[in-house]
Design a protein around this ligand. Structure first.
Ligand SMILES: NC(=O)c1ccc[n+]([C@@H]2O[C@H](COP(=O)([O-])OP(=O)(O)OC[C@H]3O[C@@H](n4cnc5c(N)ncnc54)[C@H](OP(=O)(O)O)[C@@H]3O)[C@@H](O)[C@H]2O)c1
Length: 354
């Protein structure tokens, strides 16, 4: 049986994911990469042609096929045909839940379906390296890859708080997510000044801590997490201020040692997000850092023995890309040894130091 990855959506997250699967098809043991684009646009022609030239195959809705062909694209499949042929469908649209209801849930063929950060309720929330043990082969056919800041928060909590016996040495975690206004791929939604967010959840503040709590719930943990959010007038990566109240004394040396021993965490002596971002541009995959978080070491502090403070940066869609690839490979074959082998090419974009 051929292993076919089908990506729905060619936006900020879909486009690099199609490229990643296409470029590393052989290492990832994927036979074919197909993708669905909804809207035929002249302004998107160059990037769609480039994806096709790299080996990915385009699927479109029947009523848009002629428009795509007029633009010069080779359309290989119809939208429904591509879904039926797929081994794993990776939804990269802001309407994954709607697509599940309309199409995915009635498709018997694919081994599984992934949706992204905005699609709460799509399936089991997943972040690579945080809750892999919660994934049940044969049962978790629908998986939600959590948002970029949720990857960052859950990785920080696990790295700094997990004890040898599996318990967590943390009483409470508080996070201020300082978000970039829009992505460099987006031409709208820029803001002229910092824009502070409301606290919609009485328990968690904003959805970031709520989503992180949902990830830990899959491990039967009920952690006290709270977040606030502010949007900044920058296109560079998100930054997070955090404080964690521990239930035992810790030292700065222990905090640094824990961060440096997690392969999914990058540390840095830098304090400016543009310098982290430009490292990604020069050394990342399509400009992306795939590490779950980049922690700024000079900002770390331990107060009164049990309060940990610091700042970190969120490799916005890089961490979601890594989890998307890992979850798709897991759906194809959950064997841990085989997963580790197939994920080898991704490791070059997981940095110990930035
Ligand atoms: N942006 C990030 O940094 C980031 C990071 C982590 C997770 N995510 C998550 O990734 C998901 C997608 O976000 P994004 O930023 O990549 O969005 P985006 O750049 O706006 O792209 C959305 C894509 O979805 C397609 N689409 C929208 N509605 C559709 C529909 N009804 N049917 C078929 N296709 C449809 C669009 O197709 P057309 O343009 O062809 O119409 C476009 O290709 C969201 O869940 C988001 O939370 C985003």
């Amino acid at each position: 049986m051929a292993n076919i990855i089908h990506v729905v959506g060619t936006g900020t997250i879909g486009e690099p994911l199609i490229g990643l699967f296409t470029d590393f098809k052989h290492h990832l043991e994927i036979d074919e990469v197909t993708f669905h684009k909804r809207t035929p646009l002249e302004s998107d022609r160059a990037r769609i042609n480039h994806l096709i030239a790299r080996g990915a195959r385009l699927a479109t809705d029947a009523d848009r096929r002629a428009d795509f062909e007029t633009l010069g694209h080779t359309v290989t499949y119809g939208a429904e045909q591509a879904l039926e042929r797929a081994t794993v469908v990776i939804d990269c649209t802001p309407v994954g839940n709607k697509m599940k209801e309309q199409f995915y849930s009635s498709l018997p063929g694919p081994k599984g379906f992934l949706a992204q950060g905005s699609e709460e309720g799509f399936g089991k929330p997943y972040a690579r390296g945080v809750n892999d043990e919660a994934m049940i082969p044969g049962e978790d056919r629908f998986v939600q890859i959590v948002s970029c800041n949720t990857h960052n928060i859950t990785t920080l909590v696990k790295t700094l708080a997990e004890e040898k016996d599996g318990g967590y040495a943390m009483e409470r975690g508080t996070f201020v997510c300082m978000r970039r206004a829009n992505d460099i791929t987006q031409a709208d939604s820029f803001i002229p000044a910092p824009n502070v967010g409301k606290h919609d959840s009485a328990e968690f503040g904003t959805h970031h801590a709520k989503d992180a709590h949902r990830v830990f719930e899959t491990l039967d943990m009920d952690l006290d997490l709270f977040s606030s959010a502010v949007k900044l007038n920058t296109q560079y990566m998100h930054s997070i201020w955090f404080t964690m109240q521990m239930n035992r004394d810790v030292t700065i040396e222990e905090i640094e040692r824990r961060l440096k021993s997690n392969l999914l965490v990058a540390t840095t002596s830098k304090r400016q997000s543009n310098l982290i971002f430009s490292f990604g541009r020069d050394h990342g995959y399509c400009g992306r850092i795939l590490s779950q978080t980049v922690v700024s070491l000079p900002t770390l502090m331990v107060r009164h023995g049990r309060e940990v403070y610091g700042f970190c940066f969120t490799p916005q869609d890089g961490n979601s890309l890594l989890s998307s690839v890992a979850a798709a490979l897991w759906l194809i074959d959950p064997d841990a040894e085989s997963m580790s082998r197939r994920l080898t090419p991704m490791r070059r974009w997981l940095y110990a130091e930035i």
